[in-house]
Design a protein around this ligand. Structure first.
Ligand code: B12
Length: 261
């Protein structure tokens, strides 16, 4: 195991909560790859200081940091530590909500940079977090990246029922129906949604993509999805593959999300 240097004192203390060797290596590497400013950003996110996240993200983008660096080494890396602390009962829902609010304070500044692809839409997607599930950070990241790659994406929000996917896909004449789930209890709702399209005789009208931390490629296959992606980059790549869109439209994107549980 090899930890990279974490120079920010507060962040180093927070990192002590990450005790599993594989997680220490993966998350430590991402945090350590960030410079002092990125580590300050990750720390501000972990402690839920949305004003600091807002300030540092703006400063970083003004200073010429790429959106993907800010996302990967600051915001997403910080959220990985939050995920570990939550799972290990070091923090609870209120603290996670506060961290999520801080995440959004940063994403607001990253979004216009990622979404500004300047190309004609290469495809249309409807994208929602499935019924019963309120997690939307990963979905929002994927949407930013898809828009940055030239897709027109209609955000259906969270707790999206199968009939809402069906209605939105028809309304927007979508090519892709994209679903996110973060809970093992809501993952099956992705398969149920596909079944409802099937029952309505609409299965072959669209391509279905699924993702979210607990989703595996095998699970995606089993439920009859056409595509799966482990992170926002894979989401864009697979979406382009499914629609036969070339690499030319590819925009800059953040590296993979460090999984934390
Ligand atoms: C933030 C968070 C919350 C916040 C959500 C705020 C928000 N606006 O999203 C709040 C506090 C609301 C919350 C609530 C709960 N949560 Co929660 N939460 C998390 C946490 C810490 C981080 C999730 C996150 O944002 N990750 C960062 C993003 C960037 O990653 P991501 O979502 O995985 O997305 C990436 C990929 O998966 C992929 N992707 C995502 N979607 C899609 C879709 C497609 C099509 C593709 C291709 C790719 C793709 O690309 C994304 C970008 O790279 C996770 C821990 C974790 N490690 O996941 C727990 C976690 C998901 N939560 C958990 C739990 C238990 C809950 C609660 C039940 C807690 C409770 N007791 O009430 C509730 C459920 C509420 C509900 N009904 O949904 C558990 C789930 C356990 C399980 N096995 O099901 C986790 C794993 C924590 C844990 N280890 O215990 N949570």
């Amino acid at each position: 195991m090899r930890d990279m240097p974490i120079v920010h004192e507060g962040l180093a203390r927070e990192f002590e909560h990450v005790t599993q060797p594989a997680e220490r290596e993966r998350i430590g590497e991402t945090l350590g790859a960030g410079d002092a400013l990125m580590q300050e950003l990750a720390y501000a996110l972990i402690v839920g200081d949305h004003r600091e996240v807002d300030r540092i993200t703006r400063q970083a983008l003004d200073d010429g940091y790429s959106a993907s660096t800010v996302l990967d080494r600051g915001l997403v890396a910080g959220m990985a530590v939050v995920g570990v602390k939550f799972r290990d009962n070091v923090i609870f829902v209120p603290e996670v909500l506060i961290a999520a609010r801080a995440m959004k304070a940063g994403m607001v500044h990253v979004e216009p940079v990622l979404s500004d692809s300047g190309v004609e839409p290469v495809g249309t997607a409807v994208f929602g977090t499935v019924k019963g599930d309120l997690h939307d950070i990963g979905k929002n990241l994927c949407i930013m990246m898809l828009r940055g790659a030239g897709f027109s994406v209609h955000d259906l929000g969270v707790d999206t029922k199968p009939e809402e996917f069906i209605d939105a896909a028809a309304e927007h004449d979508a090519d892709l129906v994209m679903m996110s789930a973060l809970l093992t209890t809501t993952m099956p709702n992705m398969g149920r949604t596909i079944s409802e399209f099937e029952d309505a005789g609409l299965r072959d009208e669209y391509r279905f993509m699924v993702g979210g931390a607990p989703v595996t490629p095998e699970f995606a296959d089993d439920m009859g999805a056409d595509g799966y992606g482990a992170n926002a980059i894979a989401c864009v790549d697979r979406a382009k593959e499914l629609l036969g869109v070339g690499d030319a439209a590819r925009a800059q994107g953040p590296p993979a999300t460090p999984a934390t549980s």
